[in-house]
Write a protein that binds this ligand. Structure first.
Ligand code: AVJ
Length: 325
């Protein structure tokens, strides 16, 4: 189990080149979606969250506005002090709804945002300093699993872990179960997690969220190739690839591909290797799974959590599922 995790999810940053190499040498070709987030990728994802088509962030924001009181009741059960940890904190737009309310209610907690982008983390910390000066913040830069290992070392105080925005959708079911089981193992009984799930819905609504009219998502995906050009000395010709999005309403798998428009060879100077692309050959770059309650319940049960409460927006587009360890 542990070994599988290491192979599939936990990779130190210095293996960037070798992981890209493995992905482009494989058949079918694939690159992990966590490599989207360089400074430009962070900027483009912020723009995605503003798009009319990208309903996810707004739906979760609405859930927090509506249910912040209830969430605090669960998190600070009998006014217990807690550590509020967040995986993939990003810019904190949605989380600040909760943080502001918790501070107003004089809840006893500190905030520990975790993100793979040091960039984003710094911006979050400095914005919190001005917007919520009394909040205790301790950011951690790293991959989920590095941080999980460190988490065990914290004091015995209650932990509440946020994993929002349907980031869980980037994992396949078995990877999600591995991740959540490791998370469970690093928690004590009674600790809680709140996980954001994007739900199955009209397939057109989902596809449009990942193929917006203004092309921001296309730029976001194509930026991955730009990043390889800059950081690994690759010579991807961006006019010879296009973004393609698919959605399978049965499995709930929404997938992003970069498609080679020509037969071509691309060289990566950092490792001195060339990759051959057939015309129309895809590179799979992201999976953003969509969920139903059955799948959510199965995830919780298989990773050792109990479902406490499911919170939804009025459109029922999104679910924040509260679990107890
Ligand atoms: C940040 C992983 C939740 O999958 O919806 C948005 C990333 N990719 N548009 C998602 C993303 C294309 C997003 N997550």
């Amino acid at each position: 189990m542990e070994k599988e995790l290491n192979e599939e999810v936990l990779l130190p940053t210095d293996t960037f080149a070798s992981e890209i190499d493995a992905g482009l040498s494989a058949n079918p070709k694939a690159i992990s979606s966590r490599y989207f987030y360089d400074a430009e990728g962070d900027r483009l994802f912020q723009k995605i969250m503003q798009l009319d088509e990208y309903y996810l962030s707004r739906a979760e924001y609405a859930i927090f506005k509506e249910h912040k009181e209830l969430l605090l009741q669960y998190f600070a059960d009998q006014r217990t002090a807690f550590h509020l940890m967040e995986f993939g904190a990003g810019d904190g737009w949605k989380t600040k709804v909760l943080l502001r309310h918790f501070i107003e209610q004089h809840a006893k907690f500190d905030y520990r945002p975790i993100d793979i982008s040091g960039n984003v983390l710094q911006e979050l910390e400095s914005s919190l300093k001005t917007e919520l000066p009394s909040l205790q913040v301790q950011g951690m830069e790293g991959e989920y699993f590095e941080v999980l290992n460190q988490m065990q070392k914290t004091d015995g105080q209650r932990k509440v872990v946020l994993f929002l925005g349907s980031n869980i959708g980037n994992f396949r079911q078995h990877q999600a179960i591995s991740f959540l089981s490791s998370l469970r193992a690093s928690l004590n009984q009674g600790d809680m997690v709140l996980i954001g799930f994007d739900m199955k819905k009209d397939p057109h609504v989902i596809r449009n969220a990942y193929d917006d009219a203004s092309g921001v998502t296309r730029d976001f995906n194509m930026n991955l190739l730009k990043r390889l050009n800059i950081e690994l000395g690759a010579n991807f010709d961006l006019t010879k690839f296009k973004h393609y999005q698919s959605y399978d309403p049965q499995s709930g798998e929404c997938r992003s591909y970069l498609i080679s428009l020509a037969e071509q060879e691309v060289t990566m100077q950092a490792i001195g290797v060339s990759y051959y692309f057939k015309k129309w050959e895809p590179i799979h770059v992201e999976i953003s799974r969509k969920f139903d309650f059955e799948t959510i319940n199965e995830l919780a049960a298989s990773s050792g959590f109990g479902v406490v409460k499911n919170l939804q927006d009025t459109d029922e587009y999104f679910t924040d599922s509260l679990w107890v360890a």
